[in-house]
Design a protein around this ligand. Structure first.
Ligand code: NAD
Ligand code: DAU
Length: 365
């Protein structure tokens, strides 16, 4: 990362991190507590299947961190926290985040991503009004590049002005939440910021997503299910780079702005899976199947599967000097090493509930 936020010159903050026990939220909590130890950090998380308190447990008690087990749709709870903790910043990660689950059951996506975001916005608006509308208050909404829809092979990458065209219940619900955030700035002048990010990967990623799923299945000698023809393209961003980008935007941007965040790492799914197989063959001592690429299995495509995402992050570079520190080569190597070294973290996640989900998505594959 090319910027260095001047930690010594800044005023300390009291923030709520929603979804701080999930993949990116927890990485962000580690990042923030390490960099700004004087800040009060309240993690609000409902601990759905994707939430894991163990991920932030090392910080509880040590850092100035409080964990609250609760739902972002619970308005009285949020009102109480905003007052009690004198909150001036919300960093909003909490969401239902997996496209395949949104196809199986979209209701939870509308509830958390749309109604939950609305509930947070309303609570924060009231709190901001009661405090006299301070300029220093901020609502940072973490969103996705999926709201822009799908690109063809030669299309230019998504910019902040690309029209929204969400294709899955997940991306449609995220688009709904983005529009609400935009409206709160435009209508009420409430200080909001938004980042739309490409595919993250790295430590603490729940096993259902492509990269951890492939790493874990290679280690277990299970088939590696590649949807469709494997030619879909994603832009991969190391999660630590995403955290540094959000940090840069919170500290450097003016309210009402939106920034795209990407890794400059467009890769076809099948090529990514091959890279993971090669890394595992090199780094894992006792693989059940070697070379692990023998496990690659083409399966039925995801319904409505977006073909390509690509991010143009020029605005973030120009305005704030941010660029990603990791390439896909360095980031994937670190990630494979992490999944090898942290089997105690991911093995308990392969629960009966997870097996049931896995059956539903992959049984017909
Ligand atoms: P995740 O599924 O790993 O974690 C989501 C967290 O939110 C979990 O801890 C879960 O318990 C919590 N949560 C869910 N519903 C809740 C509710 N009603 N109240 C309180 N907490 C609740 O998700 P992630 O991959 O870490 O994604 C975080 C955010 O970043 C999401 O908003 C997602 O849309 C966005 N995003 C993710 C990616 C990615 O590649 N993972 C990329 C771009 C944007
Ligand atoms: O682009 C940002 C988005 O990236 C985030 O908003 C989402 O929260 C996050 O889940 C992610 O969405 P994707 O659908 O792109 O990620 P996923 O890891 O599920 O899939 C990545 C690609 O790999 C996608 O083209 C589908 C494919 N895939 C996925 C799985 C789980 C497979 O081929 N096989 C699989 O088993």
């Amino acid at each position: 990362m090319s910027i260095n936020t001047p930690a010594l010159e800044r005023k300390s903050r009291n923030l709520i991190v929603t979804g701080g026990a999930g993949f990116i939220g927890a990485n962000f909590v580690h990042h923030w507590c390490g960099k700004y130890p004087g800040d009060r950090v309240v993690v609000l998380d409902a601990l759905t299947y994707a939430g894991n308190r163990a991920t932030i447990a090392p910080l509880e008690g040590k850092a100035n961190l409080r964990f609250v087990h609760g739902d972002i749709c619970d308005r009285p709870l949020i009102d109480g926290l905003l007052k009690e903790e004198n909150i001036d910043l919300i960093v909003h990660f909490a969401a239902e985040s997996h496209v395949d689950r949104s196809i199986l059951g979209p209701g939870a996506f509308v509830q958390t991503n749309v109604v939950g975001t609305f509930t947070l916005l309303e609570a924060f608006r009231q709190h901001w009004n009661e405090k006299g509308q301070p300029d220093s208050f901020l609502f940072h909404h973490v969103s996705t590049d999926e709201v822009y829809g799908s690109l063809g092979p030669e299309d230019p990458a998504f910019t902040e002005t690309t029209p929204y065209q969400p294709n899955s219940p997940y991306s449609a619900s995220k688009a709904g939440s983005d529009h609400l955030v935009r409206a709160y700035y435009h209508t009420y002048g409430m200080p909001t910021l938004m980042t739309n990010c490409s595919n993250n990967y790295g430590p603490y990623h729940f096993p259902e997503k492509l990269i951890p799923l492939m790493c874990i299945n290679i280690l277990l000698g299970k088939p590696l299910p590649v949807y469709g023809d494997g030619q879909n393209v994603r832009d991969w961003l190391y999660v630590g780079d995403h955290c540094s980008a959000i940090d840069a935007v919170i500290h450097g941007s003016k309210p009402g702005e939106t920034y795209n965040v990407g890794g400059n790492n467009e890769v076809k799914n099948i090529d990514l899976v091959h890279k993971l197989c090669e890394l595992m063959d090199e780094l894992a001592p006792n693989l059940p199947v070697r070379p692990s690429k023998q496990l690659i299995t083409f399966v039925k495509d995801r319904p409505g599967h977006d073909r390509r995402y690509a991010i143009d992050a020029t605005k973030l570079k120009t305005d704030l000097g941010w660029t990603p520190a990791q390439t896909v080569e360095t980031g994937l190597r670190q990630t494979v090493e992490w999944y090898l070294a942290n089997q105690d973290w991911w093995k308990p996640l392969l629960s009966a509930e997870y097996q049931d989900y896995y059956q539903k998505v992959y049984a017909t594959c």
